[in-house]
Design a protein. Sequence first.
Length: 372
Amino acid sequence: MPPKSRPWAAPSEHRIITADFPTPTGHAPLDSVQEVRSQLKRGCDQLQEFNPVLYRDLALYLQVLREVLPLAVEQACFHLATHFHPQRYCELPAQQRRNLRERTAALVQQAASLLTVEQLGQLAGRLAALKQERQRDLLDELRPQSPEARSPNPEPAGSVELAMELPVELSWSGIPSLGAADADPDGDDEPPANLPEDPQELPGSPTACRSDQTRQPPPPWDSPLLPGQPQALVTWLEGSEQALVRRLRNLSQAVNVELLRSGLGRTLLPVTLLEAALRGQVEPLSAPPNLLRVQLPLTHPSGSQLESLAVLVRPADLELEHPRLRSCRARLQRHRQEIRRMADQHRRLQRRLQALEAERLWHQDSPRFPQP
């Protein structure tokens, strides 16, 4: 009988070697299976008790954010009008200046009403669904089409077509000796995201849709409550953070449009450039908080390099300017670290449970040894 494995062992210790020591009864792993299941249940119960605290701190962070957002946008517009374009602002009529301030305040109020835990969760779900839809569209474009679809006007019989394609159509499913590692020319260890691992469930097969619905867990944003699984909660937190950045980016773009309409701004930076700046892919010039100042790849007739300025509200700038918001973020960061630790532990226990279940089934399927 093999020794009982520790449920909290490292992943490298999960390998169970029982080929030389067969277990006739197969009852030894059952205790370990029940122990691992009980530990998984206790972890989920602890997470359920922890979720109200996390929700309270999330709501408090967003409440403080809604309070400081109007002043932050006003300060950004103030610096843009007085430090960078004072002449343009002085040339604006009084009524036009008042309209600009009123429309900007209305945009901030509208965006602040959407900065709640529930609203961010819904937006995170829509963004995730949109990302999956784009990935499916990309797979549809990459999927090879039939000869009839590629050539709507087929050539007469006997015609010769010169193309860069192979004269025969090769399929990995027709070569059973090749595994998944041989099919990956880049040598990646993990399969691409949202792709089924079973070769029979590749896109285009009749069972692909059914497989996606049965294998993939439900999205963590379908429920109004916080997820009860650590991995799902980590996904939920990452999605809500992306949704927050998207809300602030949309507000920034709307304010920039109003600045352009009023005549205070002369150029409108595209959304893709704002996204690149948020991801750190653009090196901005020095500017006040919540302002994006970039150098354009154009040259003025006088020889100087052209620059462009836009409002870009970022959580990092808001937290830097407001200590209360920064303290709320620090509490959330501690929560995230604890949840990631719980998620890693939960994942190790799940792998351990799968190994024990496989061991139990192996002994169950093995032939019984004759009694002496």
